[in-house]
Design a protein around this ligand. Structure first.
Ligand SMILES: [Zn+2]
Ligand SMILES: [Zn+2]
Length: 347
Protein backbone atom coordinates (compact mmCIF):
# COMPACT_ATOMS: atom_id res chain seq x y z
CA UNK A 1 0.00 0.00 0.00
CA UNK A 2 1.07 3.52 -0.76
CA UNK A 3 0.03 6.27 1.65
CA UNK A 4 -0.37 9.60 -0.17
CA UNK A 5 -1.42 13.15 0.65
CA UNK A 6 -4.97 14.21 -0.15
CA UNK A 7 -7.78 16.51 0.86
CA UNK A 8 -10.91 14.80 2.05
CA UNK A 9 -14.45 15.46 3.21
CA UNK A 10 -15.12 14.12 6.68
CA UNK A 11 -18.85 14.92 6.94
CA UNK A 12 -21.59 16.48 4.77
CA UNK A 13 -21.09 19.87 6.43
CA UNK A 14 -17.46 20.27 7.54
CA UNK A 15 -14.85 21.81 5.24
CA UNK A 16 -12.49 19.51 3.37
CA UNK A 17 -9.24 18.90 5.26
CA UNK A 18 -5.74 17.71 4.49
CA UNK A 19 -5.24 14.04 5.22
CA UNK A 20 -3.64 10.91 3.75
CA UNK A 21 -5.24 8.12 1.77
CA UNK A 22 -4.06 4.62 0.84
CA UNK A 23 -3.62 3.48 -2.74
CA UNK A 24 -3.60 -0.22 -3.54
CA UNK A 25 -0.42 -2.07 -4.45
CA UNK A 26 0.19 -1.94 -8.18
CA UNK A 27 -1.51 -4.91 -9.89
CA UNK A 28 -0.11 -6.32 -13.15
CA UNK A 29 -2.52 -4.19 -15.22
CA UNK A 30 -2.35 -1.03 -13.08
CA UNK A 31 -0.44 2.19 -13.50
CA UNK A 32 0.64 4.55 -10.73
CA UNK A 33 -0.05 8.15 -11.70
CA UNK A 34 1.61 11.14 -10.07
CA UNK A 35 -1.24 13.64 -10.22
CA UNK A 36 -0.43 17.19 -11.32
CA UNK A 37 -3.86 18.81 -11.55
CA UNK A 38 -7.41 17.91 -10.53
CA UNK A 39 -10.51 19.77 -11.68
CA UNK A 40 -13.39 20.69 -9.38
CA UNK A 41 -16.71 19.44 -10.76
CA UNK A 42 -20.12 20.36 -9.36
CA UNK A 43 -20.66 16.61 -8.83
CA UNK A 44 -17.83 16.63 -6.29
CA UNK A 45 -19.78 19.11 -4.18
CA UNK A 46 -23.09 17.22 -4.48
CA UNK A 47 -21.31 14.02 -3.49
CA UNK A 48 -19.37 15.25 -0.43
CA UNK A 49 -22.48 16.98 0.89
CA UNK A 50 -24.45 13.74 0.67
CA UNK A 51 -26.90 15.27 -1.80
CA UNK A 52 -26.70 12.30 -4.18
CA UNK A 53 -27.09 9.65 -1.48
CA UNK A 54 -25.27 8.55 1.61
CA UNK A 55 -21.51 8.15 1.35
CA UNK A 56 -18.73 6.79 3.53
CA UNK A 57 -16.42 9.40 5.08
CA UNK A 58 -13.66 10.35 4.86
CA UNK A 59 -13.93 10.68 1.10
CA UNK A 60 -11.53 12.15 -1.45
CA UNK A 61 -13.38 13.37 -4.54
CA UNK A 62 -12.11 14.59 -7.92
CA UNK A 63 -12.69 12.94 -11.31
CA UNK A 64 -10.85 15.28 -13.62
CA UNK A 65 -7.32 14.01 -13.11
CA UNK A 66 -4.12 14.57 -15.10
CA UNK A 67 -0.57 13.60 -14.35
CA UNK A 68 2.29 11.37 -15.39
CA UNK A 69 2.76 7.61 -15.16
CA UNK A 70 5.51 6.90 -12.62
CA UNK A 71 5.17 3.11 -12.42
CA UNK A 72 3.52 0.47 -14.59
CA UNK A 73 2.46 -3.12 -13.75
CA UNK A 74 4.14 -6.07 -15.44
CA UNK A 75 1.33 -6.58 -18.01
CA UNK A 76 0.73 -2.90 -18.83
CA UNK A 77 0.99 -2.31 -22.57
CA UNK A 78 -1.10 0.81 -23.21
CA UNK A 79 0.95 3.27 -21.14
CA UNK A 80 4.58 3.69 -20.17
CA UNK A 81 6.45 5.43 -17.39
CA UNK A 82 6.65 9.13 -18.22
CA UNK A 83 3.43 9.26 -20.28
CA UNK A 84 1.05 12.20 -19.80
CA UNK A 85 -2.23 10.64 -18.82
CA UNK A 86 -5.69 11.41 -17.50
CA UNK A 87 -8.44 9.71 -15.54
CA UNK A 88 -12.09 10.74 -15.74
CA UNK A 89 -15.28 9.69 -14.00
CA UNK A 90 -14.84 5.91 -14.01
CA UNK A 91 -11.99 3.54 -13.22
CA UNK A 92 -13.52 0.16 -14.07
CA UNK A 93 -16.58 -1.72 -15.30
CA UNK A 94 -17.68 -5.38 -15.47
CA UNK A 95 -16.38 -5.78 -19.08
CA UNK A 96 -18.87 -8.63 -19.67
CA UNK A 97 -22.33 -7.12 -19.99
CA UNK A 98 -23.92 -6.20 -23.32
CA UNK A 99 -23.03 -2.52 -22.96
CA UNK A 100 -19.42 -3.14 -21.93
CA UNK A 101 -18.98 -5.52 -24.86
CA UNK A 102 -20.40 -2.82 -27.14
CA UNK A 103 -17.70 -0.40 -25.95
CA UNK A 104 -20.18 1.65 -23.92
CA UNK A 105 -18.78 0.82 -20.49
CA UNK A 106 -20.02 4.11 -19.06
CA UNK A 107 -23.42 2.43 -19.26
CA UNK A 108 -22.21 -0.85 -17.71
CA UNK A 109 -25.31 -2.82 -16.73
CA UNK A 110 -23.60 -3.88 -13.53
CA UNK A 111 -22.65 -0.30 -12.78
CA UNK A 112 -19.31 1.22 -13.74
CA UNK A 113 -16.85 1.82 -10.90
CA UNK A 114 -16.80 5.55 -10.23
CA UNK A 115 -13.47 7.27 -9.65
CA UNK A 116 -14.64 8.08 -6.13
CA UNK A 117 -17.32 6.89 -3.72
CA UNK A 118 -17.73 3.57 -5.58
CA UNK A 119 -17.04 0.06 -4.27
CA UNK A 120 -13.84 -1.12 -5.96
CA UNK A 121 -13.06 -4.72 -6.96
CA UNK A 122 -11.21 -5.24 -3.67
CA UNK A 123 -14.21 -4.03 -1.66
CA UNK A 124 -12.67 -0.70 -0.69
CA UNK A 125 -14.30 2.63 -1.54
CA UNK A 126 -12.63 4.40 -4.46
CA UNK A 127 -10.91 7.70 -3.63
CA UNK A 128 -10.59 10.44 -6.23
CA UNK A 129 -8.10 12.93 -7.55
CA UNK A 130 -7.68 15.64 -4.90
CA UNK A 131 -4.54 13.72 -4.06
CA UNK A 132 -0.91 13.35 -5.09
CA UNK A 133 -1.15 9.85 -6.60
CA UNK A 134 -3.69 7.33 -7.84
CA UNK A 135 -3.51 3.69 -8.99
CA UNK A 136 -5.78 2.88 -11.96
CA UNK A 137 -6.29 -0.06 -14.32
CA UNK A 138 -4.58 0.78 -17.62
CA UNK A 139 -7.80 0.35 -19.64
CA UNK A 140 -9.37 3.33 -17.86
CA UNK A 141 -6.40 5.66 -18.32
CA UNK A 142 -6.41 8.17 -21.20
CA UNK A 143 -3.51 9.56 -23.20
CA UNK A 144 -3.32 13.35 -22.86
CA UNK A 145 -1.87 14.96 -26.02
CA UNK A 146 1.22 17.12 -25.44
CA UNK A 147 -0.39 20.18 -27.02
CA UNK A 148 -3.04 20.49 -24.30
CA UNK A 149 -1.59 22.31 -21.27
CA UNK A 150 -1.77 20.07 -18.20
CA UNK A 151 -4.05 22.29 -16.14
CA UNK A 152 -6.44 22.73 -19.06
CA UNK A 153 -6.58 19.03 -19.80
CA UNK A 154 -8.10 18.17 -16.42
CA UNK A 155 -11.65 19.50 -16.99
CA UNK A 156 -11.86 17.71 -20.33
CA UNK A 157 -12.04 14.41 -18.44
CA UNK A 158 -15.55 15.19 -17.14
CA UNK A 159 -16.87 18.50 -18.49
CA UNK A 160 -15.32 17.83 -21.91
CA UNK A 161 -16.57 14.31 -22.46
CA UNK A 162 -19.98 14.94 -20.85
CA UNK A 163 -20.71 17.52 -23.52
CA UNK A 164 -18.75 15.98 -26.42
CA UNK A 165 -20.59 12.67 -26.24
CA UNK A 166 -24.16 13.97 -26.80
CA UNK A 167 -22.92 16.50 -29.38
CA UNK A 168 -21.31 13.65 -31.34
CA UNK A 169 -24.20 11.23 -30.82
CA UNK A 170 -26.84 13.71 -32.00
CA UNK A 171 -24.69 14.83 -34.94
CA UNK A 172 -23.75 18.39 -34.09
CA UNK A 173 -21.99 19.62 -37.21
CA UNK A 174 -22.30 21.83 -40.29
CA UNK A 175 -25.87 22.83 -41.04
CA UNK A 176 -27.12 21.91 -37.57
CA UNK A 177 -28.42 24.44 -35.08
CA UNK A 178 -27.36 23.71 -31.52
CA UNK A 179 -28.35 25.58 -28.37
CA UNK A 180 -26.39 25.29 -25.15
CA UNK A 181 -28.30 26.06 -21.96
CA UNK A 182 -26.09 27.37 -19.16
CA UNK A 183 -22.59 28.90 -19.41
CA UNK A 184 -20.80 27.16 -16.56
CA UNK A 185 -18.07 24.50 -16.54
CA UNK A 186 -20.01 22.16 -18.83
CA UNK A 187 -21.76 24.84 -20.88
CA UNK A 188 -18.65 26.73 -21.93
CA UNK A 189 -17.09 23.47 -23.14
CA UNK A 190 -20.29 22.55 -25.00
CA UNK A 191 -20.10 25.89 -26.84
CA UNK A 192 -16.44 25.41 -27.79
CA UNK A 193 -16.86 21.79 -28.88
CA UNK A 194 -20.11 22.32 -30.82
CA UNK A 195 -18.56 25.28 -32.65
CA UNK A 196 -15.43 23.23 -33.44
CA UNK A 197 -17.68 20.49 -34.84
CA UNK A 198 -19.05 23.09 -37.25
CA UNK A 199 -22.52 23.57 -35.77
CA UNK A 200 -24.28 26.92 -35.56
CA UNK A 201 -24.26 27.57 -31.80
CA UNK A 202 -26.60 29.68 -29.70
CA UNK A 203 -26.00 30.21 -25.99
CA UNK A 204 -29.01 30.39 -23.69
CA UNK A 205 -27.93 31.82 -20.35
CA UNK A 206 -29.91 33.37 -17.53
CA UNK A 207 -28.51 36.84 -18.23
CA UNK A 208 -26.31 38.44 -20.86
CA UNK A 209 -23.47 38.71 -18.29
CA UNK A 210 -21.20 36.23 -20.10
CA UNK A 211 -22.19 37.22 -23.63
CA UNK A 212 -18.72 38.38 -24.72
CA UNK A 213 -17.23 35.08 -23.55
CA UNK A 214 -19.96 33.02 -25.21
CA UNK A 215 -19.35 34.69 -28.56
CA UNK A 216 -15.56 34.39 -28.14
CA UNK A 217 -15.93 30.65 -27.46
CA UNK A 218 -17.70 30.17 -30.78
CA UNK A 219 -21.33 31.03 -30.10
CA UNK A 220 -22.96 32.79 -33.05
CA UNK A 221 -25.82 34.08 -30.95
CA UNK A 222 -26.54 34.63 -27.25
CA UNK A 223 -29.88 35.09 -25.50
CA UNK A 224 -31.04 35.64 -21.92
CA UNK A 225 -33.50 33.02 -20.66
CA UNK A 226 -34.75 35.52 -18.06
CA UNK A 227 -36.32 37.41 -20.99
CA UNK A 228 -39.59 35.75 -22.12
CA UNK A 229 -39.10 37.26 -25.59
CA UNK A 230 -36.21 34.79 -26.09
CA UNK A 231 -38.63 31.85 -26.13
CA UNK A 232 -40.88 33.58 -28.64
CA UNK A 233 -38.05 34.62 -30.92
CA UNK A 234 -36.42 31.17 -30.98
CA UNK A 235 -39.48 28.90 -31.29
CA UNK A 236 -39.00 25.88 -33.61
CA UNK A 237 -35.34 26.70 -34.20
CA UNK A 238 -32.90 24.07 -32.91
CA UNK A 239 -31.94 20.56 -33.98
CA UNK A 240 -30.30 19.93 -30.64
CA UNK A 241 -30.36 21.57 -27.23
CA UNK A 242 -27.74 20.59 -24.64
CA UNK A 243 -29.05 21.47 -21.19
CA UNK A 244 -26.18 21.76 -18.71
CA UNK A 245 -28.23 23.33 -15.93
CA UNK A 246 -28.87 21.21 -12.86
CA UNK A 247 -31.80 23.31 -11.63
CA UNK A 248 -35.33 22.55 -12.89
CA UNK A 249 -36.22 24.23 -16.21
CA UNK A 250 -39.59 25.03 -17.82
CA UNK A 251 -39.74 21.99 -20.08
CA UNK A 252 -42.61 23.26 -22.26
CA UNK A 253 -40.73 26.48 -22.98
CA UNK A 254 -37.45 24.74 -23.87
CA UNK A 255 -39.02 21.91 -25.87
CA UNK A 256 -40.84 24.58 -27.88
CA UNK A 257 -37.45 25.76 -29.17
CA UNK A 258 -36.87 22.48 -31.04
CA UNK A 259 -37.58 22.20 -34.73
CA UNK A 260 -38.74 19.02 -36.51
CA UNK A 261 -37.12 15.91 -34.99
CA UNK A 262 -35.13 18.05 -32.58
CA UNK A 263 -33.80 16.65 -29.30
CA UNK A 264 -33.33 18.24 -25.91
CA UNK A 265 -30.56 16.42 -24.05
CA UNK A 266 -30.01 16.96 -20.34
CA UNK A 267 -26.52 16.46 -18.94
CA UNK A 268 -27.26 18.44 -15.78
CA UNK A 269 -29.43 16.64 -13.24
CA UNK A 270 -31.84 18.46 -10.95
CA UNK A 271 -32.41 16.54 -7.68
CA UNK A 272 -36.19 16.36 -8.24
CA UNK A 273 -38.03 14.82 -11.24
CA UNK A 274 -38.89 17.22 -14.07
CA UNK A 275 -42.49 17.32 -15.30
CA UNK A 276 -42.47 16.80 -19.10
CA UNK A 277 -45.59 18.05 -20.94
CA UNK A 278 -46.10 15.31 -23.53
CA UNK A 279 -47.99 17.59 -25.92
CA UNK A 280 -44.78 19.60 -26.31
CA UNK A 281 -43.16 16.41 -27.62
CA UNK A 282 -45.93 15.73 -30.19
CA UNK A 283 -45.30 19.02 -31.98
CA UNK A 284 -42.31 18.66 -34.32
CA UNK A 285 -41.86 14.99 -33.17
CA UNK A 286 -39.50 16.21 -30.47
CA UNK A 287 -37.40 14.05 -28.11
CA UNK A 288 -36.21 14.52 -24.57
CA UNK A 289 -33.07 12.56 -23.72
CA UNK A 290 -30.26 12.19 -21.22
CA UNK A 291 -26.57 11.39 -21.63
CA UNK A 292 -23.94 10.33 -19.12
CA UNK A 293 -20.21 10.98 -19.65
CA UNK A 294 -18.75 8.88 -22.53
CA UNK A 295 -16.86 5.66 -23.13
CA UNK A 296 -13.10 5.44 -22.69
CA UNK A 297 -12.66 5.23 -26.49
CA UNK A 298 -14.85 8.28 -27.00
CA UNK A 299 -13.03 10.17 -24.24
CA UNK A 300 -9.76 9.51 -26.09
CA UNK A 301 -11.41 10.69 -29.32
CA UNK A 302 -12.52 13.88 -27.52
CA UNK A 303 -9.02 14.58 -26.16
CA UNK A 304 -7.51 14.09 -29.61
CA UNK A 305 -10.23 16.28 -31.17
CA UNK A 306 -9.59 19.09 -28.67
CA UNK A 307 -5.84 18.85 -29.27
CA UNK A 308 -6.27 18.99 -33.06
CA UNK A 309 -8.69 21.91 -32.94
CA UNK A 310 -6.76 23.75 -30.24
CA UNK A 311 -9.71 23.98 -27.89
CA UNK A 312 -9.45 23.77 -24.12
CA UNK A 313 -11.42 24.88 -21.09
CA UNK A 314 -10.95 28.22 -19.34
CA UNK A 315 -9.52 27.46 -15.92
CA UNK A 316 -8.64 29.15 -12.63
CA UNK A 317 -5.79 27.30 -10.93
CA UNK A 318 -5.90 27.19 -7.12
CA UNK A 319 -3.92 25.66 -4.27
CA UNK A 320 -5.41 22.76 -2.33
CA UNK A 321 -6.13 24.96 0.68
CA UNK A 322 -8.45 27.13 -1.41
CA UNK A 323 -10.82 24.27 -2.22
CA UNK A 324 -13.47 25.12 0.37
CA UNK A 325 -13.64 28.70 -0.83
CA UNK A 326 -13.75 27.44 -4.43
CA UNK A 327 -16.76 25.25 -3.58
CA UNK A 328 -18.65 28.30 -2.33
CA UNK A 329 -17.77 30.15 -5.51
CA UNK A 330 -18.90 27.25 -7.72
CA UNK A 331 -22.24 27.30 -5.91
CA UNK A 332 -22.53 31.04 -6.65
CA UNK A 333 -21.53 30.43 -10.32
CA UNK A 334 -18.59 32.72 -9.60
CA UNK A 335 -15.94 30.99 -11.70
CA UNK A 336 -14.80 31.38 -15.29
CA UNK A 337 -15.11 28.51 -15.93
CA UNK A 338 -13.51 25.67 -14.02
CA UNK A 339 -11.40 25.52 -10.88
CA UNK A 340 -8.37 23.26 -11.13
CA UNK A 341 -6.30 22.28 -8.11
CA UNK A 342 -2.53 22.50 -8.49
CA UNK A 343 -1.71 19.22 -6.77
CA UNK A 344 1.90 20.30 -6.21
CA UNK A 345 0.41 22.28 -3.31
CA UNK A 346 -0.39 18.95 -1.61
CA UNK A 347 3.12 17.52 -1.75
ZN1 LIG B 1 -17.85 15.72 -13.11
ZN1 LIG C 1 -20.61 -4.03 -17.84
Amino acid sequence: MLTVNAIAATSPTDPLVRTTVERRDLGPRDVLIEIRYAGICHSDIHTVRGEWGEITYPLVVGHEIVGRVTEAGTEVSRHAVGDRVGVGCMVNSCRECENCRAGQEQYCLNGNTGTYASVDRDGTITQGGYSTHVVVDQDFVLRVPESIPYEKAAPLLCAGITTYSPLAHWNAGPGRKVAVVGMGGLGHMAVKIAAAMGAEVTVLSQTLGKKDDGLAFGGGDYHATSDPATFEALRNTFDLIINTVSAPIDMAAYLGLLRLDGTLVSVGAPPEPLPVPVFALFGNRRSFAGSGIGSIAETQEMLDFCAERGIAPEVEVIDADAVNEAYERVLRSDVRYRFVIDVDSLR
